[in-house]
Design a protein around this ligand. Structure first.
Ligand code: ADP
Ligand code: AMP
Length: 217
């Protein structure tokens, strides 16, 4: 059984690598950012509340994301395991996750820190394109779609996230340093923890990630 946490700065490649790893392990990829963007697009009550925080590059309240995660990790889709991407994002969320897992008799098997420098992050985020229909990610320069503006997988329309602009990226990096970086202290002494260098091509980073998972098996 694989219970994986993939954490790191925005733009490190959590979505890109998480999709691939979850598919290869046959586990569900749970990304709080994707779930929140879906709620915003569907204009649900939760989405309307979350939108302002997200557009400003701030976190949505802990209780909102913790509730979403509890539902997801106990759903039938997660029976074979799960990969968490974008959660936990601060120490309070990590503590809640531990409590939830404990309550359900589960454990984290792999905690991977996807490490990327600030220059790399800005470059990646500024060029990110997402499919409106299936959520698949592209990059204007590093992994461009075959046909401009259209998803290779499903033909859906590609868009740039509202928070992927320089001003909001600076804010997200600030919040990352303040709130998420302390997770390194929280996790780095645990046996399940591995650091993966996210600088390199998608395949190269994926190979490192697979080695890290095998190493902590
Ligand atoms: P995160 O989920 O950590 O915010 P993403 O997986 O969405 O990051 O990646 C951010 C952007 O960088 C996307 O446009 C993606 O296509 C691109 N990207 C991800 N990994 C790499 C890589 N190893 N090399 C080049 N571009 C990458
Ligand atoms: P992401 O797609 O992971 O870059 O997340 C996009 C945005 O969603 C973040 O900037 C936050 O506003 C919000 N978000 C996603 N995950 C969390 C989380 N675990 N805690 C708080 N806010 C989150």
């Amino acid at each position: 059984m694989h219970h994986v946490v993939l954490f790191g700065p925005p733009g490190a490649g959590k979505g890109t690598q998480g999709d691939r790893l979850a598919a290869s392990l046959g586990i569900v990829h749970i990304a709080t950012g994707d779930m929140l963007r879906k709620a915003v697009a569907e204009q649900t009550e939760l989405g309307m509340k979350a939108k302002a925080c997200m557009d400003a590059g701030k976190f949505v309240p802990d209780d909102v994301v913790i509730g979403m995660i509890e539902e997801s990790i106990t759903a039938p889709a997660a029976a074979n395991g799960f990969l968490l991407d974008g959660f936990p994002r601060n120490v309070a969320q990590a503590e809640s996750l531990d409590a939830m897992l404990h309550q359900h008799g589960l454990d984290l098997d792999h905690v991977v820190f996807l490490d990327a420098s600030e220059d790399l992050i800005v470059e990646r985020l500024c060029g990110r394109l997402l499919c409106r229909a299936c959520g698949f990610g592209f990059h204007r320069h590093y992994s461009p779609p075959r046909e401009a503006g259209l998803c290779d997988r499903c033909g859906g329309e590609l868009y740039q996230r509202a928070d992927d602009n320089k001003e909001v990226i600076v804010q997200r990096l600030h919040v990352y340093q303040e709130q998420t970086a302390p997770l390194l202290d929280y996790y780095s002494h645990q046996a399940a923890y591995r650091r993966v260098d996210a600088d390199g091509g998608v395949d190269e980073v994926y190979d490192r990630l697979v080695l890290a998972i095998q190493d902590s098996d």
